[in-house]
Design a protein around this ligand. Structure first.
Ligand code: ADP
Length: 399
């Protein structure tokens, strides 16, 4: 079965076509500037050619139509006819408490996801537009929703309830949801495979460190805690997001600096994190270069980032009464040798010993701890699209 995976943003859209017979990536692409001047699709036939096609796309319907045209293009495409696509897997950010698993999309699912829009106003609407556009153009192809929040639905109440009036949870849905679930699930499964162990026997801490970053505690294959919360703003220090704060700071800076709500939100989401501390960049490559050149605020930003990751690792070891593996993934986790070294430094008493030579690797599945390390430290490149395709296949095959 060939599966089309769609990850739809407000003005951009990523897609992949995966042949599940051997899990082969056939093509991937990116549509940018949907609804703006200069909209463009970049389509890559895996290991063969890259095709950039500037074509007007006024909305998501036009964008999906261009994706389907590229995928079935006689020269650049990877299928002859749309009927070869057995199913479409859609990434959807927020499914609230409604879905702890991926589901076949029908009318009631759409309604439930529309209800969750209040919780993810920037993400769910474009995700839903992508689904609607696909349904219109491929009315007979089954569609599956794969949710960022689903994997974290196994958290116990003590992990997800905030110490606010309880009615805020029951009436407004204010609780910790967690995000990046598809990635945490995928890398924990791969880690177990690499260790030749059953996931049900393991306690794993997964560190998804990208521009957005989160850590999860996974016990016997189930998420029991994660660092992101009601929104993806909570938890770790990120590229531009502040992560955990004393909530009183928000009211204090709003009053002191006379900030309206939108500006305050923008500061916490776009101008904070390592960018805010360093004043240099949200990109760790720039930050490390500046730090090497003696920029003290860049050095501080790296230290604060590392401190917070270690803080969560320690907390999750306590929550699970131990850990068998620590997994690094996403842009920073997969590529940043120095960051992994700093995070794992001096944790020998917890049984965590990084091998500094094995650690000198980027973007490939490898165990990077020493042979005498009680805890395996593992690098796993994430692959959310493959995870979405796997879940889509499983649901469609069971129909
Ligand atoms: P997201 O999906 O959240 O946008 P990614 O997982 O793609 O983010 O990670 C992007 C980040 O990864 C970049 O901002 C950069 O900081 C970091 N990164 C990528 N390559 C490297 C590298 N070689 N060394 C250090 N950091 C890197």
């Amino acid at each position: 079965m060939k599966i089309l995976v769609i990850n739809c943003g407000s003005s951009s859209l990523k897609y992949q076509v995966i042949d599940m017979n051997g899990e082969l990536l056939l093509a991937k692409g990116l549509v940018e500037r949907i609804g703006m001047d200069g909209s463009v699709i970049t389509h890559e036939k895996h290991d063969e050619d890259k095709w950039v096609n500037e074509v007007p796309m006024k909305d998501h319907n036009d964008a999906i139509a261009q994706v389907l045209a590229a995928v079935a293009d006689p020269v650049h495409g990877v299928i002859k006819d749309m009927s070869e696509i057995g199913a479409v897997g859609h990434r959807v950010v927020h499914a609230g408490e409604k879905y702890a698993h991926s589901v076949l999309i029908d009318h009631s699912v759409i309604e439930a996801l529309e209800e969750c829009t209040e919780l993810a106003p920037l993400h769910n609407p474009p995700n839903l537009m992508g689904i609607a556009a696909c349904q219109k153009l491929m009315p007979n192809t089954p569609m599956v929703g794969v949710f960022d929040t689903a994997f974290h639905q196994t958290m116990p109440p003590e992990s997800y309830i905030y110490a606010l009036p309880y009615e805020y949870y029951t009436d407004l849905g204010i609780r910790r949801y967690g995000f990046h679930g598809t990635s945490h699930k995928y890398v924990s499964q791969r880690a177990a495979a690499l260790m030749n162990c059953n996931l049900d026997d393991l306690k794993i801490i997964t560190c998804h460190l990208g521009n957005g970053a989160s850590v999860s505690a996974i016990k016997r294959g189930k998420c029991i805690d994660t660092s992101m919360g009601f929104t993806p703003l909570e938890g770790l220090v990120m590229g531009t997001r502040c992560g955990d704060l004393d909530p009183a700071i928000v009211t204090y800076i709003r009053e002191k600096l006379d900030l309206d709500q939108g500006v305050a939100n923008e500061i916490l989401n776009k101008k904070s994190g390592v960018l805010g501390i360093s004043g240099v960049s949200s990109d760790f490559r720039d930050l490390e270069k500046a730090a090497e050149e003696g920029n003290e605020r860049a050095q501080l930003a790296i230290k604060v980032f590392v401190h917070r990751v270690r803080f969560y690792i320690g907390a999750y070891i306590a929550e699970m009464n131990g850990v068998d593996a620590i997994v690094f993934t996403a842009g920073v986790g997969e590529n940043d040798v120095q960051m992994r070294d700093l995070i794992c430094n001096d944790l020998g008493n917890l049984g965590i010993k990084l091998d500094l030579v094995k650690n000198k690797v980027r973007g490939q599945e490898t165990i990077i701890s020493r042979d005498d390390s009680r805890v395996a430290v593992i690098l796993i490149p994430t692959n959310e699209e493959l995870m979405i395709a796997r879940e889509t296949k499983e649901i469609v095959e069971a129909l």
